[in-house]
Design a protein around this ligand. Structure first.
Ligand code: ATP
Length: 199
């Protein structure tokens, strides 16, 4: 699987639609301070489902929408699309070209699309959870992250290793199943109490 193209429109400093094509090999993005290099990696993380405005250097999620400049009005929505070459079938049960889009309006309305079909944030997160592109993966090492990893608590570091090893997804599923089992056990207990009272 390879990221083939990134389309940014209205996200942070990218007021106009900007398309970045990634060719095989190494891609370097260079530019003066404040020209938007970090905004590009943030656009990728945001599109993959980042939920923390702070980790995108904002106060609230709406801060990712182009806020305007002296000679340009603010925009009302931000949109980022990523196109992956999935011809190696890395993302299971997905076409050879996978497209994901995230859109956010100023009124807070948010949309996710997988191959042009509206989906939930959960679907995007689960799709990429064990791909090495998940939120806790080493695919993104932002400024200060190395230090943060070294200084993190052992449990947090374990989370990173678990995601890299591909067990994080199963742990989450197990946690969900355990929660459902507890609810079912409670319900069964209640039924048993009622049957007992009726006897
Ligand atoms: P450096 O090399 O200093 O790390 P950089 O090239 O990584 O810089 P970024 O941090 O990506 O640059 O971009 C910062 C620029 O993005 C700033 O000029 C800031 O005003 C602009 N910016 C951030 N959020 C928005 C927004 N919502 N609307 C418009 N511009 C924004």
């Amino acid at each position: 699987m390879q990221l083939r193209s990134l389309q940014i429109n209205g996200f942070k400093s990218f007021a106009d639609k900007t398309v970045i094509e990634f060719v095989p090999g190494l891609t370097g993005i260079v530019g003066p301070n404040g020209s938007g290099k970090s905004n590009i990696t943030e656009a990728i993380r945001w599109c993959l489902g980042e939920q923390s405005a702070k980790s995108l250097r904002g106060e609230r999620m709406g801060d990712v929408i182009f806020a305007g400049t002296a000679d340009r009005k603010p925009l009302s929505r931000a949109e980022v699309t990523m196109i992956f070459d999935n011809s190696d079938g890395y993302l299971k049960q997905q076409p050879t070209e996978v497209t994901i889009t995230r859109r956010l309006y100023r009124d807070g309305e948010s949309e996710f699309y997988l191959n042009q079909q509206a989906v939930r944030l959960k679907d995007i997160v689960e799709l990429f959870m064990d791909s090495g592109l998940g939120k806790e993966s080493f695919a993104f090492i932002s400024q200060g992250r190395v230090e943060a990893i070294f200084n993190s608590k052992p449990e947090q570091r374990r989370g990173i290793i678990e995601e890299a090893a591909g067990v994080y997804k199963y742990k989450q599923q197990k946690q969900k199943a355990t929660g459902e089992l507890a609810v079912t056990t409670d319900n069964l207990d209640r039924i048993n109490d009622i049957t007992h009272e009726l006897k």
